[in-house]
Design a protein around this ligand. Structure first.
Ligand SMILES: [Fe+2]
Length: 251
């Protein structure tokens, strides 16, 4: 069963309003999710993601406050957290990334509903994406995606959203002869992380830009297809502007 809706840069109309925790209980919710998720992340996420958790200073005790986390990230790597009320259009999303700002809501899911949120909440964005932002290698991947979206028309934006989805949200990566996860949607969902790495009946396809651009995805159910990058460094090269130009010319 699907347990987590990650942040899609494509902003669809959503089927239900998220149930939000009262502000007084957000640290309690954060702690529950953090403690539940951490053992799975330690086993299943790639080393660079885990390094990012430490660099960003994420801890179970308290949900990071956007302003102080943003200051810390900016000093560390130049990224800031941009608090947004909800989902935003893809062009706006990638424009924020070009400015090294990552959008996140300041609410977290309700304690009665820890398993599911119909919209990405602060846990998804801060636990799933902030470790990526804290890593220069991930930052380079985001930079390439954001740069590819500059001036893109609607059709091209759809292609770029797909690539974002199969890398930053749900991507896998080869690491020391094993397959690990790199995507934020996997880091913030135990069920989907386990599925991506271990479920027998799903496809794990080697990441190729030309193929990812043409592969649709669903935002409201578990993925049937995951893509495996050879390495984070290789992914940066795969997403270089010259690679985009080459696949666009090839049609
Ligand atoms: Fe996300």
């Amino acid at each position: 069963m699907y347990r987590e809706t990650p942040r899609p840069p494509a902003r669809k109309k959503l089927h239900s309003e998220p149930k939000r925790a009262p502000r007084a209980r957000r640290d309690e919710v954060w702690r529950s999710l953090f403690e539940r998720q951490s053992p799975a992340v330690a086993l299943g996420m790639c080393q660079e993601f885990q390094r990012g958790i430490a660099l960003a200073g994420l801890e179970a005790a308290r949900m990071p406050r956007p302003r102080s986390l943003s200051r810390r990230l900016h000093d560390l790597c130049g990224w800031r957290i941009e608090t947004v009320p909800g989902l935003i259009p893809a062009a706006e999303f990638f424009a924020l990334l070009r400015d090294r700002r990552f959008p996140s809501p300041d609410w977290i899911r309700h304690p009665d509903d820890l398993e599911y949120t119909p919209e990405p909440d602060a846990f998804h964005d801060l636990f799933g994406h902030v470790p990526q932002l804290a890593s220069a290698k991930f930052g380079n991947v985001l930079e390439q995606l954001a740069s590819a979206a500059r001036g893109a028309d609607a059709e091209e934006l759809t292609a770029i959203e797909r690539v974002y989805w199969f890398t930053i949200e749900f991507g896998l990566v080869r690491e020391n002869d094993a397959v690990k996860a790199l995507g934020a949607g996997l880091a913030s969902s135990i069920a989907e992380l386990d599925r991506a790495l271990h479920a027998p009946a799903i496809e794990r396809r080697r990441f190729m830009l030309s193929n990812a651009r043409q592969s649709p995805f669903e935002t409201d159910r578990p993925q049937e297809l995951y893509m495996v990058a050879d390495s984070l460094e290789g992914l940066v090269a795969d997403l270089h502007i010259e690679s985009w130009d080459r696949v666009r010319r090839a049609g």
